[in-house]
Design a protein around this ligand. Structure first.
Ligand code: SF4
Length: 668
């Protein structure tokens, strides 16, 4: 029996593989206590499908790939990296890597190459929550843990379809509801999702307008005398400024902008005021927006205004990926350094320079991935190394992305040959989960040791080892002396000593374990300058989009990201293809459409074919999943824009204006 963390969503369930190769939930693991959802059950059936077994290379993208040895691959990389300025190179990592992989890659780029030209696909996922947590609390650690679900009596899901995106967590909420009579679950979303269907109240909101709705809730809290002033005065600052902004949005204004009922605004305010313990969960529905940080802050404001922290509640951001939290600990975004440090902070840079034995860590954050795409098209980036992610499908404005990927010398380090690999010059086969050891951290800060249960496919290598071996070839063996992942882990944990995410006393044999206490801010002291949590005025902004519908994108029930693994399981694909668009039947009726008809969604001259399904989507909005790879036709992200939140630089992936053209009607 070998234990590991589920490689899919950020709940971070502990799983094990038994002697017969069956994957089951680990009853000892605090994140799931034996529970499991459908996705990982088929993991062993798909692990080896579509793998790359040897390094592949082609000088020009017009040529066919040829197999090369690892030595040849490292020589190619050394030559390329040595011939370019660091700022002409870029690295794009993933929240699906193990922490050891991320740590070594980050050190290679920021410490050895001395560039901050590195980002991760968390930029598309929780960068906004990170920005908002830091602004409000001074740190981006989630303030509570899953245990807090078990004694809460009110849950607000806003911009989160946890029933399919974080199913084991949602089942824990439903279990709590079965146990407790006075329990309320409210969902706020433009789509009547699986989560909404299982809630006590579904508030259907116009896409992009959450900041208005949440400000309006603060307005009502104040009007009704429901502000907890002893908490506000004792532990926070900035309330008056936040309230002044909220006063622009009385419920009748929220009604007209958000398309909700004023009484629903009142109900949410009442829940914040009168429940015993309230947890709000959110995910990409708030994060992937040009107004994302403000949406997050508007929600956190409600928790601060009513003292909903620790034993009384929690604003709980759900991470999309299994090790996005590990990436945060290691600091893999373009501004980060290990131990929740930041390149902009002189003390942090000096510490890491001494710790790594290097000089000259750059003080400016590098460009984000969407900015890097622009730089590639301008010819200012010449080399892009993608590790364990599929930007040809997952980044917004995907025809622009694919053009940029064609322009650069592209290295794709992945276990699978995906749509990004098709555009590569060099493909490096990486070991998959189960073929290597290391740790991952789930949404509630629980770290799990992932054991090895099979040999790497072909000549695949663990990602940390690929960077370590290349560093040796480039003469930096002294900086990368690792021969095992445990050596990497031991170095990383030392970098966290004395920090908020201190794991210096942990070792592989002491996992799973959490960093920080159950309540990160248990004493209501916050790592801000004043020691107080901070309200922020939440300003409303929404993009002006052309088109008769606003397109919202999101996940499929049983698929993961761009379907590289889950898409190879017939069991998991059932009901999820052909690619569909969810329409309100009334909107469809006006276009003379029935379920099963084929339509083309168009935006800015791009076209994506989808089959119509009916669903309770807010009138004037459409929903389509984002993850379909090219084998199913043009990707959804052909239609989305790379406009981004100004604070987090997270793209506005859930708000694109589209038109609908009827392509073929199903025989009536
Ligand atoms: S809920 Fe998430 S982490 Fe848990 S088994 Fe399902 S996909 Fe894996």
């Amino acid at each position: 029996m070998k234990n590991f963390q589920c490689p899919y969503c950020g709940v971070g369930c502990g799983l094990y593989i038994d002697e017969r190769g069956k994957i089951k939930g680990d009853f000892e693991h605090p994140a799931n206590r034996g529970d499991i959802c459908k996705k990982p059950i088929y993991l062993t059936k798909v692990l080896d499908k579509g793998r790359v077994g040897k390094p592949l290379y082609r000088e020009s993208k017009d040529e066919e790939f040829r197999e090369v040895t690892w030595e040849e691959a490292y020589a190619i990389l050394r030559e390329r990296l040595s011939s370019l300025k660091p700022e002409e190179t870029y690295f794009y990592l993933s929240g699906q890597l193990l922490t050891e992989d991320i740590y070594v890659a980050n050190k290679f780029v920021k410490g050895f190459l001395k560039t901050n030209n590195i980002d991760a696909n968390s930029r598309l996922c929780m960068a906004t929550a990170v920005a908002a947590y830091k602004l409000a609390f001074g740190s981006d650690g989630p303030p509570c843990t899953y245990e807090d679900i078990d004694d809460a009596d009110a849950f607000l899901f806003i911009g989160s379809n946890a029933a399919i995106a974080h199913p084991v967590l949602f089942k824990r909420v439903l279990k709590r509801r079965r146990e407790t009579e006075q329990m309320v679950v409210i969902t706020v979303d433009p789509v009547e999702t699986e989560t909404a269907k299982k809630s006590d109240l579904f508030i259907q909101i116009n896409p992009g307008t959450d900041t208005v709705f949440l400000n309006s809730v603060l307005y009502v809290l104040h009007e009704e005398g429901w502000i907890d002033f002893s908490f506000v005065e004792g532990y926070t600052e900035g309330f008056e400024e936040a309230l002044q902004q909220a006063k622009n949005f009385p419920p009748d204004v929220a009604e007209s902008i958000c398309g909700v009922k004023a009484e629903d605004v009142y109900l949410v305010a009442k829940l914040f005021a009168q429940s015993r313990k309230l947890i709000s969960f959110w995910c990409q529905g708030l994060n992937q927006s040009v107004n994302g940080t403000m949406k997050n802050l508007a929600l956190i404001n409600l928790h601060l205004a009513t003292g909903r922290l620790n034993e009384r509640g929690c604003p709980f951001s759900l991470t999309g990926q299994p090790n996005a939290m590990g990436g945060r600990e290691v600091g893999y975004l373009s501004n980060g350094l290990p131990g929740y440090r930041d390149v902009r902070n002189e003390e942090d840079r000096e510490f890491m320079e001494k710790f790594w034995g290097v000089e000259g860590i750059k003080p400016e954050p590098g460009p984000t991935i969407t900015e890097a795409i622009d730089l590639a098209l301008e010819g200012r980036l010449k080399f892009l190394w993608v590790v364990c992610t599929n930007p040809a499908i997952s980044l917004p404005n995907s025809d622009k992305v694919r053009r940029a990927l064609r322009e650069v010398f592209l290295v794709v380090q992945d276990s699978y040959f995906n749509d990004t690999s098709q555009l590569a010059n060099l493909v490096l086969p990486a070991a998959q989960l189960g073929e290597k050891e290391g740790v991952m951290t789930g949404s509630d800060r629980t770290i799990t040791f992932c054991e090895k249960f099979s040999e790497p496919y072909g000549e695949s290598k663990p990602d940390w080892l690929i960077f370590t071996e290349l560093a040796k070839v480039m003469g930096a063996e002294h900086l990368f002396p690792y021969s095992s992942p445990s050596q990497v882990f031991e170095e990383f944990r030392e970098a966290t000593r004395g920090r908020l995410c201190d794991i210096s006393d942990l070792s592989y044999d002491r996992l799973p374990a959490k960093w920080g206490s159950r309540w990160l801010y248990g004493g209501l002291r916050f790592p801000t300058e004043s020691g107080r949590a901070r309200f922020h005025p939440a300003f409303f902004d929404v993009a002006r989009e052309e088109g008769e519908f606003i397109l919202i994108t999101g996940r499929l029930k049983n698929q993961w990201h761009t379907m590289t693994r889950t898409g190879k399981s017939p069991e998991l694909l059932k009901g999820e293809i052909p690619p569909f668009v969810l329409m309100n039947p009334a909107d469809a009726g006006e276009l003379g459409l029935e379920e099963g008809d084929e339509v083309v969604l168009t935006s800015r001259g791009r076209e994506v074919l989808r089959v119509v399904r009916f669903g309770n989507v807010k009138r004037g909005s459409l929903f389509t999943p984002f993850g379909y790879p090219l084998e199913f036709g043009e990707p959804t992200n052909l239609l989305t824009t790379d406009r981004a939140d100004p604070y987090s630089k997270e793209p506005d992936l859930k708000y694109a204006g589209v038109r609908v053209k009827v392509l073929a009607r199903r025989p009536r």
